[in-house]
Design a protein around this ligand. Structure first.
Ligand code: ADP
Length: 471
């Protein structure tokens, strides 16, 4: 057997086809057999009932009048009534034939009949008679005072009819089997179509076509549900891959600039004629650019650690109001430089259990962005309040805002909505903010109107609170 045909026989389509057609063919066969048995019973029953009745009558006559009386009764009956379609034989207790009648123009029954010592209940057997091979259906029973009575009738026509029926049934079964096989194959193919589509899609993806999807048949069954889930999973993987690709491109892009500058500084140092001042300048440039790269890699690692829960936090009682004041002081100068008003709405102490340095980082990143993306004459305001079991901090600005398409992505690593990259930045600030807050059991949300400003709102569990209130 070739590999191909072996694979075909092992295929689910083949196995389902065989199962479906077997069910179909055997149901049809059972129906035919049932119909045949009912039909043959109905055809045979009529003859059998009248022969059995007659034999019972003969037995009772024999009981009343003896064997000679019975023989006499049958002869009279035969002469007077139209009753000559039956074969009749009466045997004495010693086996002598006391009466042997056949229908007109028919041969006599053979001397010896293939039924030894029948009992008092009626027994049935078939006999092939004469040169034409006519089929006789015979009944016999013993008589109460000894002896046996046989009665028979030509059953050739009846059996011929049943034989024709059998031939017709057999003839019908062949196309029925073919229809069963075809229907089984079509059903199996139809059932397995979604799985075949799935296989085709996986094979297409294997050849690098990430945009192929399993066709949605619109059905409300499990296989279509599987196809839909599979497609949703592919969409997710595709967006993850493109996100990773974009992040990698951005890392490459953002690392290339400091790396190129470092290279230029090194080349300048090599080209310099041992002038100590120029060498120092070049080394300082190298250090600056390298620091930039180390800083970027450090933030990337911090984000990973915070997201995976591996970040080591030095937790302690921390007052958010105090941290806000410190950060405002830090950015006041930059804000004034840009003519942006920066202020915090005063609030009492708001204690949280947190890593103060990490929280400073969070506030610094949010304030840095707010000042950076707010044009001259704008305002940046920080408010903080206790809400339920949480402390809620809001950094609001009247800056350029964020477009609705960018909002779901600004917390992604290395994502910058500022496509022109006109402002300094790595696209890592908000990712770090979210990861650090997540590590503290908090969360962050953004509301923004392009051209009108943005509000970044984060929550942290309050020092005496149980759990943060959802935003
Ligand atoms: P970046 O270093 O580019 O500022 P971030 O991760 O801090 O990176 O921010 C991601 C993007 O979100 C920024 O590129 C900017 O487009 C947008 N963004 C963040 N904060 C603000 C803000 N306050 N106003 C407008 N856009 C903002």
């Amino acid at each position: 057997m070739s590999l191909r045909s072996r694979a075909l026989f092992r295929s689910t389509t083949f196995r389902l086809t065989v199962r479906y057609s077997l069910i179909f063919i055997s149901s049809a066969l059972i129906l035919f057999l049932l119909a045949y048995s009912l039909l043959s019973d109905a055809v045979r029953e009529g003859d059998r009932v009248s022969m059995a009745q007659k034999l019972r009558e003969y037995a009772s006559i024999n009981q009343k009048k003896g064997l000679a009386g019975l023989v006499e009764f049958i002869r009279v009956e035969r002469e007077n009534y139209d009753y000559d379609e039956y074969y009749l034989r009466v045997e004495g207790p010693d086996g002598t034939h006391l009466l042997d009648l056949s229908p007109p123009d028919q041969q006599a029954l053979p001397d010896k009949l293939p039924m030894d010592l029948p009992g008092p209940s009626i027994q049935w057997f078939f006999l092939t008679e004469g040169k034409d091979g006519d089929l006789l259906e015979m009944a016999c029973r013993s008589l109460p005072g000894g002896g046996v009575v046989y009665m028979g009738k030509d059953a050739s026509d009846r059996e011929q009819l049943l034989k024709q029926f059998r031939v017709i049934f057999a003839g019908i079964m062949a196309p029925v089997a073919l229809i069963g096989l075809t229907a089984g194959f079509i059903m199996a193919r139809r059932m397995l179509k979604p799985i075949q589509d799935l296989i085709d899609t996986v094979q297409a993806i294997d050849t690098g076509r990430m945009d192929v999807r399993v066709p949605d048949e619109g059905a409300d069954d499990e296989l279509n549900e599987l196809a839909r889930l599979f497609n949703a999973m592919l969409d997710k993987i595709k967006s993850l891959i493109s996100g990773m690709r974009e992040a990698l491109d951005n890392v490459g892009h953002d690392l290339r600039t400091p790396a190129t500058r470092t290279l230029a500084a090194v080349e300048m140092a090599v080209a310099t004629k041992n002038d100590p001042e120029e060498l120092r300048e070049a080394l300082l440039d190298c250090a600056e650019e390298t620091r930039r790269m180390v800083n970027m890699l450090g933030i990337l690692m911090d984000i990973s650690e915070a997201e995976t829960g591996a970040m080591r936090l030095h937790l302690g009682p921390t007052d958010i109001t105090e941290l806000i004041a410190e950060t405002i002081d830090l950015y006041q100068y930059a804000a004034e430089e840009k003519n942006v008003t920066l202020r915090a709405v005063p609030e009492g102490q708001l204690p949280v259990v947190a890593d103060a340095d990490r929280l400073r980082q969070v506030l610094a990143n949010l304030l840095d962005n707010a000042v950076k993306y707010t044009p001259s004459g704008g305002q940046v305001e920080i408010t903080a309040a206790r809400v339920g079991t949480a402390v809620r901090v809001c950094v609001a600005d009247t800056g350029e805002g964020i477009s609705p398409e960018d909002i779901p992505r600004i917390f992604d690593r290395l994502y910058r909505a500022d496509k022109s990259r006109s402002k300094r930045g790595l696209g890592l600030g908000l990712s770090l903010v979210r990861a650090v807050l997540y590590a503290h059991g908090g969360g962050i949300e953004v509301e923004s109107t392009p051209g009108a400003g943005s509000r970044f709102i984060f929550t942290l569990p309050a020092a005496d609170g149980l759990a943060p209130t959802p935003l």
